[in-house]
Design a protein around this ligand. Structure first.
Ligand code: SAM
Ligand code: DTB
Ligand code: SF4
Length: 366
């Protein structure tokens, strides 16, 4: 390649645009699969180390009985999913989980609350949680629902690194999924978070009965925000019994991978997180998502209320793919494959379930 064409292709792979049209994103999406993946991987390599994946651990700090009616959510008080209402967890419990997350190699600790918005005496406690997690030299993230300017200022002051607030789907499909708030409410909180100088984590869910156009429109909304979200979680719906979406049909695997690829191409410098739903994805599907430009995962056996793959399984998958977690592979687990095999044998012998198997890892690490 001549120097000038090398330069123009490297600019093309790194340029940040905010004027995407759905038709343009659709044209990318409809490329032959190999061409799309090649393009996504080329953009990925121009902006990131393509063999590194960021790992975030999630903790539910306040579970259930949420006043919102999000049709996908097991924590909405409008549906009966068998979850019991819980109070805000204690600060010490958060510190304990965050220490564990750090020891197992996570670089970010995300705390989620089933709130419409933070109110009353709980918010100052969340500020203390952020400070305590930050003191462990972990990046901090919270997701607490809608915020006002005073709250964003206090979160920033407490040292918050990221705020998660998803657009979830297209503006057009939004009222089919949530009726207790609007898309504009969501955009407004994102603006307040951005203006407070907190990194934005915003993405959505695929597989809620939306059309392809809705999915492309969601990606367009995210890409055309005044700044690209620094982190873009792409969730595959976990169809939870008792929610209105319990019988939703899952998306075709290749359609999901294509969406990861277009997210990577239109938001070249953002972390794209292969988020909820990995428990229902094969290793091969996840590997293709990483090739398509996903470079972050939730790491740990639990999301908020649902299951996530074992850490050992993830570390083994990384090892098989030559992927390095951004925080490094935990020292206590130098050979993930061997450890996973040993633990599989021990757990099977003891007739233990998955949670017990993961516990063995913690025990080994402590
Ligand atoms: N209540 C806050 C809010 O909605 O912003 C924070 C917690 S909420 C559980 C965070 C995100 O989790 C939602 O925006 C949604 O994208 C995701 N989520 C919830 N239930 C899910 C499910 N069943 N499958 C996939 N993602 C889900
Ligand atoms: C995001 O996009 N996905 C996470 C996080 N942000 C807070 C939550 C997934 C929740 C899946 C359902 C559950 O475990 O309750
Ligand atoms: Fe509440 Fe968030 Fe679940 Fe909606 S997604 S019901 S706001 S916890």
């Amino acid at each position: 390649m001549h120097q000038s064409s090398e330069l123009s292709s490297s600019i093309e792979n790194t340029v940040i645009r905010h004027d995407w049209q759905v038709a343009e994103i659709q044209a990318l999406y409809e490329l032959p699969f190999n061409d799309l993946l090649f393009k996504a991987q080329t953009v990925h390599r121009a902006n990131f180390d393509s063999n590194k994946v960021q790992t975030s651990t999630l903790m539910s700090i306040k579970t259930g009985a949420c006043p919102e009616d999000c049709a996908y959510c097991p924590q909405s008080g409008h549906y009966n999913t068998g979850l019991s209402k819980e109070q805000l967890v204690a600060l010490e419990e958060v510190v304990k989980s965050a220490k564990n997350a750090k020891r197992t190699g996570a670089t970010r600790f995300c705390m989620g609350a089933a709130w419409r918005s933070p109110r009353g005496k709980d918010f100052p406690v969340v500020l203390e949680m952020i400070k305590a997690v930050k003191a462990l030299e972990l990046e901090t993230c919270v997701t607490l629902g809608m915020l006002n300017p005073e709250q964003t200022a206090q979160l920033k002051e407490a040292g918050l690194d990221y705020y998660n607030h998803n657009l979830d789907t297209s503006a057009e499909y939004y009222d089919q999924i949530i009726t207790t708030r609007t898309y504009d409410d969501r955009l407004q909180t994102l603006a307040l978070v951005r203006d407070a100088g907190i990194n934005v984590c915003a993405g959505g869910i695929l597989g809620m009965g939306e059309t392809l156009r809705d999915r492309l429109s969601l990606i367009k909304e995210l890409a055309n925000l005044p700044e690209h979200p620094q982190s873009v979680p792409i969730n595959q719906l976990i169809a939870v019994k008792g929610t209105p979406l319990e019988n939703s049909e899952s998306l075709d695997t290749f359609e999901f991978i294509r969406m990861i690829a277009v997210a990577r191409i239109v938001m070249p410098a953002s972390y794209v997180r292969l988020s909820a739903g990995r428990e229902n994805m094969s290793d091969e599907m996840q590997a293709m998502c990483f090739f398509a430009g996903a470079n972050s995962i939730f790491y740990g056996e639990k999301l908020l209320t649902t299951e996530n793959p074992d850490m050992n399984h993830d570390l083994e998958l990384f090892a098989r793919l030559g992927i390095e977690p951004e925080g490094g592979t935990p020292e206590t687990n130098p050979c993930p494959r061997k450890l996973a095999e040993e633990q599989q044998v021990i757990s099977e012998a003891a007739g233990e379930n998955k949670t017990a198997k993961t516990k063995l890892f913690y025990d080994a690490a402590s």
